[in-house]
Each structure stands twice: as C-alpha cells, then as structure tokens.
Design a protein. Structure first.
Length: 424
C-alpha cells in the first residue's frame, strides 16, 4: 500500500502555496548562476584537456613556439597559400601550415623548412589555434575574435589574405575587424575596411598591396591544360542558396534554350550546391537526362571547365572574376533579387562599395528579353568577343600584382617577421 501512496504523491502532486522572500530568492538565483558558470568552465576545461590529449596523440604540442603559421580551413584553400609558401621556401624561410583536413595537399609538399600539421577535426583545430604561440598567423578565415576562433595572446600579428578578388562587401559584419594586417587584393579593400574601422572606433590596420595569390597557382596550372572541345560551349556556374542562386529563377530555362539551340552546356554550381540542394539537383538530372551535350562538372578545380567554355553565365559568384580575368571572355549575369542586410555593404557608402559595381563592369547583366532569346544573343556576342576582351583587360588593372601576388605576399611576411624579431 505504501508504494501506492508513494506513486500517487509522485505523479499527482497537489499545489503548494508558499512565500519565498526576496533575499532567499536572490540567493537561489546566485546559486543557480554559480552552478551554471562552474559547469561551463568545467566542460570547457574537459574539452581543452581532451584536445590536448588529441594533439599529443598526433605529436602536436600546443606549447611549441612557431614562427610563421598559415591557418587553413581545408584543402580548397591550398591554392591560396601555396604561391606564398613556395616563395618563402625558395628563400629558406621556415613556415608551418595548420589544417583541419588530413588529406590536404600540403602534406605532399616535402621540404625541410616546411611543416604541415592536422590537430584534428575543425573544432579541435580551432581549439589549437586559440592557444597557439607564434610570431605570425596568416589566414583567409574571417571573423577572428568574433565567433569561435579567438585571438591567442601569444600571437604577435594576425594577417588576413583574401581567397577571391572581391571586396569586403558581402562578408558578414566585423569580418576583418580584429586582424592586425590586411593583404589587399586592390585599393578597394583598404578604402572599405578603413571606413568601417573608423566608423566603429577600431585601431588602424597595416595594409600591403599584395593581390590575389591563387591566380599565380591557376596561371601555373593552366600551362599544363589544353582545351578539349571545339564546340561552342557555355559554362553556367550559379552560386548556392534559395535566395542567392539564379538556378532557382532563370537557370533551368536558360540551359534548356541553349541546349535546344545546339550549344554545349557545362553546369558547374558552387560546391555547397551539391550539399544543400540534393533534391533539386536530382530533379534537374532527371529532367535533363536526355541531353547529350550537357555536362555536370564536379571536378575539384574549375579550370578545365573554364578553359573549355566560350562564355560564362553566373550570378554573385567568385567565378565571374576568375573567368573574366584569366580568360578575358564574355560573362553574363542573371541576378536574383538580393539584399545587403547583415553584410558589411550595409554600412558602406555607395561610392566605396565594390562587389556589385565591379561585377557589373566585367559582366553584362541579362535583361528579361535577352534571357528569353538567350541563344540568339549569345551568337551575336561571340562575333564581338574582342570588345569584351579589351574592356576586361583594362578593368583587370584594379587587381594588384597579377600572377606575382605570391612573391608580394612572401616579401611582406618576411619583412613583418624580421621586424618582429628585431624588436625582441
């Protein structure tokens, strides 16, 4: 019977009207906050202990002191860092490359002055970077000291290097605010970031006119490639995201018109498209399965697809500049409605913004009428390709050190490192 009463009072409790005085309530609140805070620090301590054990297992020590460090978010950024690293190594300047991917191409580079490390997964790598001791850390990663990646008190200089020839406009806010040094792609970078830092009351940064290092890498790779087709080919390379990708507005009718008109079409969406839009991609494959002249390109590098193409159609994607600058061929835009809310462009005056005006200068934005007759319009443009080539060649002068950016970056890093050593 006593079990019955126990269960009755456990599952059918009666209301209890009681008075809790403010003093006791405050004590309880402080106690709960204290317990929560203690639990947080305990869990954080456990995480760092586990990360230290993992680093030890991988023969990586957080207590080591490093000189020049390159922090990479993965293999796809190797083409940004390699031109800089190769220049440093040619001068016998040692450096360390830290990545969260064990299959990063960096591990194939054999040089006594170069060390590649993988502390573990992305989370463990960030934990490692948060505690690292180094003279210099160079990275493409935005939002240093904003999100999970924090400035280490034992790093003297943080340098941001760009992975695209674009401005800061469509970075989320405070993307570069807490770097010490910026390797500018063009003058537009310095103009925008200085404006943002001044408006936010942040310290001035040091700027170096470096350029876009991965163009060095692409230029070298292009020397080993040959065009594989003589057929007039259109590369359609949309970005990803339901709101940002033109695939969900004009992409399918554009490809269908071009294929029906006899053009070869290469469909190469942003890599994230294959992850975020699997269902839509499968539907597209089924709908276009009967077209023999359609290729869905999934190669790690876009170089062969660009080399094989006479015209690019895209939206707000970095490939717009790559195709225009590397090949000086026509680029068409089909842009979905977009907003700058939440991005740095929201706080930039119109005369300092770069990405949209620059895109519109190197490319032609298609009107609705041109989209509806895209096959005829492209045929006309191909006959006037020389006009596009001259315009793009002129606009390309806005980018610093084309094909020699790696050398410029390495020289800047060497100068900064020498200065830091001299100040000891």
């Amino acid at each position: 019977m006593r079990y019955f009463y126990f269960l009755f009072f456990l599952f059918f409790p009666s209301f209890l009207f009681a008075y809790l005085d403010p003093g006791t309530g405050s004590l309880l609140l402080y106690a709960l906050v204290g317990i929560g805070t203690s639990l947080w620090f305990l869990l954080r301590g456990v995480f760092y202990q586990l990360s230290s054990l993992l680093f030890a297992r991988n023969n990586i020590r957080t207590k080591n002191k490093y000189g020049i460090v390159f922090y990479s978010e993965g293999a796809k950024y190797w083409q940004v860092f390699y031109p800089v690293i190769s220049q440093l190594l040619s001068q016998k300047i040692a450096c360390t490359y830290i990545t969260c991917e064990k299959d990063d191409p960096a591990f194939q580079l054999q040089n006594t002055d170069f060390t590649a490390l993988c502390p573990g997964t992305e989370m463990f790598t960030i934990a490692f970077m948060n505690k690292i001791e180094a003279d210099i850390v160079v990275s493409t990663t935005p939002h240093l000291d904003v999100y999970m990646w924090k400035r280490s008190k034992k790093v003297k200089k943080y340098i941001h290097i760009f992975h695209a020839p674009t401005g800061v406009d469509f970075y989320e806010k405070y993307a570069l605010s807490f770097y010490d040094v910026i390797f500018s792609v063009g003058e537009f970078i310095e103009n925008a970031q200085k404006y943002l830092d001044k408006a936010r009351g942040l310290p001035d940064k040091t700027y170096y006119n470096v350029g876009c290092t991965y163009y060095d890498y692409m230029h070298e790779k292009l020397q080993t490639l040959k065009r594989t087709t003589k057929t007039k080919t259109i590369l359609y390379a949309p970005s990803w995201g339901l709101k940002r990708s033109s695939f969900f507005t004009n992409g399918i009718p554009i490809m269908q018109r071009l294929l029906d008109a006899g053009f070869r079409v290469i469909f190469r969406p942003h890599p994230q498209f294959f992850i975020s839009h699997k269902k839509e991609l499968e539907n597209f494959k089924n709908q276009f399965a009967h077209y023999q002249s359609l290729t869905i390109d999934t190669a790690p590098s876009p170089l062969q697809a660009m080399l094989d193409s006479d015209i690019l159609i895209s939206d707000f994607s970095g490939i717009v500049f790559d195709f225009a600058y590397l090949f000086e061929r026509p680029v068409f835009l089909t842009l979905p409605p977009s907003s700058v809310k939440g991005y740095e462009a929201e706080e930039l005056p119109a005369d300092i913004q770069w990405d949209i005006p620059a895109t519109q200068q190197v490319a032609h934005e298609l009107s609705e009428n041109e989209i509806n007759h895209i096959e005829n319009y492209i045929s006309d443009v191909l006959e006037q390709e020389r006009n596009y080539k001259n315009r793009i060649a002129e606009f390309k002068k806005n980018i610093f050190n084309f094909y020699t950016a790696g050398h410029s970056a390495a020289r800047a890093i060497s100068d900064i490192h020498t200065s830091l050593r001299a100040s000891l």
